[in-house]
Each structure stands twice: as C-alpha cells, then as structure tokens.
Design a binder for this molecule. Structure first.
Ligand code: SF4
Ligand code: SF4
Ligand code: SF4
Length: 205
C-alpha cells in the first residue's frame, strides 16, 4: 500500500501517541496495518468508530476492539499538583508531544490544550503528583479533530527535534575526537623534534 494510505489511516487514528497498540505512535501503527503486521482493532483510544473508518478505507470487515490492548476511555488530560512536584523532569522525557513545561528542580505544569491524555507521564513520576482529569468538550467533533491535528504535528516535531539533537551530539563527539586526534599528532611531532634536537646536540658535544 502507498504512503497515501498510511497518511489516511494515520489521520483516522486519534494521535494520542500512547503506544497501547504496541507501536511507538500512531504513524508506526498505521504503517504496520498497511504492511499486514497489525490488525485494525488495536487502538483503544480510537475505539470502534476508528476501526469502522479504517475498515471502510482499506476495504476489510469491521471487527470489535481487541481489548487485550486496552479499553476505550473518555478523553482526559494530565494535571500536576505543582506543590508536590520535585522538578525531576522525568515526565518531560516521557511526554510524546512536549506538553509539559518545567526545568530541573522547578515545578512542572501541563499545557492542557496540548496534552493527548496518553498517561505516559504517570508512572515515571516518583512522587505520584500527576492525575488525569476528564476533558469537558470530548463530544465535540471539531474540538476532537483540532486536538488530534495539534497532537500529530507536535509528535512529528518532537521526533524531528530528537533526530536533530542526536545528529548534533554525534557531530560534537566527532569534532571532539578529531580535535583530540590532532592534538595527539601535534604532541607526537613535538616529541620527535625535541628528541632529534637532543640527538644533534649530543653528537655535536
Ligand atoms: S492512539 Fe495510541 S493505541 Fe491508538 S494508534 Fe495511536 S499510539 Fe496506537
Ligand atoms: S502530559 Fe502526560 S498525559 Fe499529557 S500528553 Fe504528555 S505524557 Fe501524555
Ligand atoms: S515527574 Fe512528577 S515530580 Fe518529576 S517533574 Fe514531573 S510532575 Fe514533577
């Protein structure tokens, strides 16, 4: 199947980026469906509405959600009890859409509009100060679509950022190792010149 089908399936998926389907995000799951590696009923947040849409799109029979992957729950967002937060930043690393603001040893906060409700920040928190609260406008189709579009672009932006950071870190490592290599060569040259001069001096005396 083509990249277009991947994108169409991805646009049906809710972009919660929770990994409950056993893939690292909605797009990898969409790719796995097109490759026949995953079934269409593995996304609990998308629920049976989503399964029906995917089934229609790719021309297969509808099947109910496979609850081995979880159950469909009302949409929620994470809320941090800022007084209890110790600023460890573990939740920031876990968030697939960069919806948490904070810095080391500073209190953290969740931007509600950007949170997908994926729950991934809950278990890393060492002081258990994050709770999930219900999203009030859950039943509004436009609201849900806007949230999903925002989550998709933030997830893709995060992946790009991680890729860029890795590239920069590799480039820095290479530069450092070539600088070390150069200074090793210079030191070796200096050493052989000093030794040669010492030999000449010895021969002259
Ligand atoms: S919302 Fe979660 S379970 Fe559904 S496709 Fe995306 S990552 Fe997978
Ligand atoms: S803040 Fe927590 S629940 Fe919200 S998107 Fe980030 S990791 Fe998921
Ligand atoms: S994981 Fe918990 S304690 Fe650590 S920064 Fe996040 S909210 Fe605060």
């Amino acid at each position: 199947m083509s990249e277009n089908i991947v994108e169409e399936i991805n646009s049906i998926l809710p972009q919660t980026q929770c990994g409950q389907c056993n893939y690292s995000g909605c797009k990898p799951y969409a790719i796995a469906i097109t490759q026949g590696k995953a079934d269409i009923n593995q996304c609990p947040p998308g629920g049976e509405k989503g399964i029906l849409k995917i089934a229609k799109l790719i021309g297969v029979d509808f099947k109910p959600l496979n609850e081995e992957y979880g159950i469909t729950k009302p949409k929620s967002f994470a809320f941090i009890n800022e007084e209890a937060c110790i600023g460890c930043t573990l939740c920031i690393s876990a968030c697939p859409v960069d919806a948490i603001l904070g810095a080391t040893k500073k209190m953290h906060t969740v931007i509600e509009e950007e949170c997908t409700g994926c729950d991934l920040c809950l278990s890393p928190c060492p002081v258990d100060c994050i709770e999930m609260l219900p999203v009030k406008a859950d039943d509004n189709e436009i609201f849900v679509q806007n949230r999903s579009n925002l989550a998709r672009s933030r997830y893709e932006f995060r992946l790009e950022r991680i890729k860029r950071d890795k590239k920069e870190a590799n480039a820095k490592r290479k530069l450092l190792s070539s600088t070390r290599e150069k200074s090793k060569l210079i030191n070796e040259k200096r050493k052989s010149i000093t030794e040669a001069l010492a030999r000449i001096k010895k021969n002259e005396s």
